[in-house]
Design a protein around this ligand. Structure first.
Ligand code: IPM
Ligand code: MG
Length: 354
């Protein structure tokens, strides 16, 4: 397994070190890995003046999978937009054609108290958000700034989807639903947007191919409300890039800690980039208190989605469940009666549980 490792900024290097420790521990049982690191995000800017340096993109192209930590930090906030760490992330998604972003929101029973919602609303929660990742208003042209006839400054972006872009992500949505509880909710703003009208037509058409899947449509504002009102009504949600960005943050917090959630961004062949959904948390970087579990769980998703090795994925996931059951917690999920561990110690606990 040839894996590019882009640790990134802030807590990225610390949490990545724990995920690599877990993967290396599996080496004893026959997992064969080739890991190579490269600078990315702010670290890419520091090393090469570019958040996605050529060497990094080359390594990512040659690898079968990419493991990412997190990018960004106050140090880079004042840079012009092309040099900002976030641009590195957007560019690597586009360059590698990673159009399918899978963001699970899974509540571990041990962490039910960490959610801001009542236990009965969230216990047993298991949602998969399938977010389109390389189109929409994130990449639509034209975009820019101009001065209008009245001499006032304007900013503008373009929301845009071609039919083929909708088809391929919605197919991922249906296929994901087939492997789960066979319910797919497509989220749009069809009452207002042309893009969404096309989206809904395409989804409805594809639905005929999947009679086994119970398909529903929901406006994005209602979806945001339903996620906090009754999130367990959802199994798989499929949506565009921007709606998915917003809804996946809301869904993640239902589970109590954004520090627990992994993600996969896949191309059409199963090549993928795997990263925790949380950010670089510069305020706690270097303090050995960040939660490495989202990154460790991202490596499990990599085993499942790129390498089709469910057995390794399950072993990693079972080890994480075990450390939670043993009462080990990092600071973000700590509750009275549990045992607080640092980042490295949590990595060690997962290795021991393996
Ligand atoms: C995410 C992030 C990114 C996005 C940012 C950092 C560009 O919020 O992965 O959800 O908006 O896609
Ligand atoms: Mg986001």
């Amino acid at each position: 397994m040839k894996i590019a490792v882009l640790a990134g900024d802030g807590i990225g290097p610390e949490i990545m070190a724990q995920a690599l420790k877990v993967l290396r521990a599996l080496g004893k049982d026959g997992l064969k890995l080739e890991l190579e690191e490269a600078p990315f995000g702010g670290a890419g800017y520091d090393a090469h003046g570019d958040p996605l340096p050529d060497v990094t993109l080359k390594l990512a192209r040659e690898a079968e999978a990419v493991m990412c930590g997190s990018v960004g930090g106050p140090k880079y906030d004042a840079l012009p937009r092309p040099q900002r760490p976030e641009q590195g992330l957007l560019r690597i998604r586009k360059a590698l054609g990673l159009f399918a972003n899978l963001r699970p929101a899974l509540l571990y029973p041990e962490l039910v108290g960490a959610s801001t919602l009542k236990p009965e609303v969230v216990s047993g929660l298991d949602i998969m958000i399938v977010r389109e990742l390389t189109g929409d208003i994130y990449f639509g042209e034209p975009r820019g700034r101009r001065t209008n006839a009245a001499g006032e400054r304007e900013g503008y972006d373009t929301m845009h989807y071609a039919e083929s872009e909708i088809v391929r992500i919605v197919e991922v949505g249906f296929q994901t639903a087939l492997k789960r509880n066979k319910k797919l909710c497509s989220v749009d703003k069809e009452n207002v947007l042309e893009t969404s009208r096309l989206w809904r037509e395409v989804v409805t058409g594809l639905g005929k191919k999947y009679p086994q899947v119970e398909l529903s449509h929901m406006y994005v504002d209602n979806a945001a409300m339903q996620l906090v009102r009754n999130p367990k009504q959802f199994d798989v949600m499929v949506t565009g890039n921007m709606f998915g960005d917003i809804l996946s943050d809301a869904a993640s917090m239902l589970t109590g800690s954004i520090g627990m959630l992994p993600s996969a961004s896949l191309d059409a062949t199963g090549k993928g980039l795997y990263e925790p959904i949380h950010g670089s948390a510069p305020d706690i970087a270097g303090k050995n208190i960040a939660n490495p579990l989202a990154t460790i769980l991202s490596s499990a998703m990599m085993m499942r989605y790129t390498f089709n090795q469910d057995k390794w994925a399950q072993r990693i996931e079972a080890a994480v469940k075990r450390v939670l059951a043993q009462g080990y917690r990092t600071a973000d999920i700590y509750e009275a009666g549990t045992q607080k561990l640092g980042t490295q110690e949590m990595g060690d606990a997962v290795v021991a549980a393996l």
